[in-house]
Design a protein around this ligand. Sequence first.
Ligand SMILES: Nc1nc2c(c(=O)[nH]1)N[C@H]1C(S)=C(S)[C@@H](COP(=O)(O)O)O[C@H]1N2
Ligand SMILES: [Mo]
Length: 325
Amino acid sequence: MLIKRPRGWELPESEATPESEFLNRRRFIKGAGLGAGAIAVGGPLLMSAGGSAAADADPSAGLYPVMRNPAYELDRDITDEMVASTYNNFYEFGSHKRIARAAQELKIRPWTVELAGMVESEQTVDIDTLLGKMPLEERLYRHRCVEAWAMAVPWSGFPMKALVDLARPLSGARYVVMKTFLDPDMAPGQKQFWYPWPYVEGLTIEEATNELAFLVTGIYGKPLPKQFGAPLRLAVPWKYGFKSIKSIVRFEFTDKRPVSFWEEIQGKEYGFWANVNPEVAHPRWSQATEELIGTGKRVPTKLFNGYGEFVADLYKGKEGERLWA
Ligand SMILES: Nc1nc2c(c(=O)[nH]1)N[C@H]1C(S)=C(S)[C@@H](COP(=O)(O)O)O[C@H]1N2
Ligand SMILES: [Mo]
């Protein structure tokens, strides 16, 4: 009722708002004194997909929506917002898909991010300061879970390269290790002592600075709902979904390859590289096709999840390694 306007993902590609007009409209909205609150209230109340309707206003709400970068095209429809928002993997809140409600317990402010290890000087950055510095944009990305389901969503965020530049790694650094928060009282899944909490993931510096590596802060034109890994999660769409770590509190630069969460639990099934490949089966199922959640459709899986043109060169000369899953 406040501002009736279609948002980017509600339009067919061909009708997407040209940049200039988009910016003018944002200026108009700001000028008219309608702040973040107005825009957030206009959207569907998916924050409360989990019930706790008092969904504390996210202080970053005024930053969204952000302009779409048209470089990343989809070959499928965007997944319905309610479907994507209620089908998540976030083991900190349960080892099944319906964790959206439980995940509302995640406290996302105050939130700081450490840039540590082999860097010129270690820093701890407040998330809202970080958001103010980083070049926010929207990207349509596919996401392919190793369990053979997939979605396609409009993430908002910034290239991971911008964060690596902010961190100023030393020349000897070869990997970036990322960690999720550790707070078993808030996230009951972390009381399951047989998992090696906190969740850890890693990329090489070359992967982290590849243009596709994206740090996500929003989705569907709004701040990231908690179940997606607010306030900061990774999206590396050419790799299986478990690499895309949620709710990150620390980036550590190192010269040693880390052992990631799933690799530690079951190294035979989940490796470090975990690039999508339809021809390399998981030990317990085929990776040839994937289910597009919410549609009842299965489609063929693509090498590198269809992103080979961006990332295949990263793996030249590494053919002897276990590059796939
Ligand atoms: N901290 C953390 N990050 C995580 C996970 C998790 O359980 N905990 N699950 C991973 C897996 S297996 C997938 S498929 C994606 C799911 O992201 P989505 O819920 O936004 O679709 O998050 C990944 N990141
Ligand atoms: Mo996954």
